[in-house]
Design a protein around this ligand. Structure first.
Ligand code: AMP
Ligand code: ZN
Length: 116
């Protein structure tokens, strides 16, 4: 798939509407269109990275930014203390459906373990 056809590249470029909650120089965060919890936010890099298998050493700081952004958003949503889950699905066997790396921030309800 070409980057120009990537759904989340288009969201990051504001070519597709989304409910943005925060953004930084290298990432954007927006509400999932099909929320699985009261808070369900996706945090994505602006740079196109298909899966976590494709991450390169120069992107280590970027991954840290994504996780820290999710934690900040959780604080803003008022779920940091009760707890939340950060999910990164890699490839179809894990449920990945959009091949632009993204963290799911889920919270606002009890989370079961193990996940399905
Ligand atoms: P995954 O299955 O881990 O690849 O997650 C992809 C997520 O993107 C799913 O939870 C979808 O509901 C969500 N999604 C798909 N299209 C959009 C969109 N246009 N805006 C917001 N979220 C979306
Ligand atoms: Zn992309």
């Amino acid at each position: 798939m070409k980057v120009k056809d990537c759904l989340f590249c288009k969201v990051a470029a504001r070519e597709i509407d989304a409910k943005f909650v925060a953004e930084g120089d290298d990432w954007v965060a927006f509400r999932d269109i099909n929320p699985q919890a009261p808070t369900h936010v996706l945090v994505i890099p602006r740079e196109h990275v298909p899966t976590s298998n494709d991450l390169r050493p120069y992107q280590e700081a970027l991954v840290g930014q994504l996780v820290r952004a999710a934690a900040e958003i959780a604080r803003g949503e008022g779920i940091a203390e009760e707890g939340y889950r950060i999910v990164l699905n890699c490839n179809r066997g894990a449920g990945q459906s959009v091949f632009h790396l993204h963290l799911h921030l889920l919270g606002g309800r009890p989370m079961r373990w193990p996940p399905g």
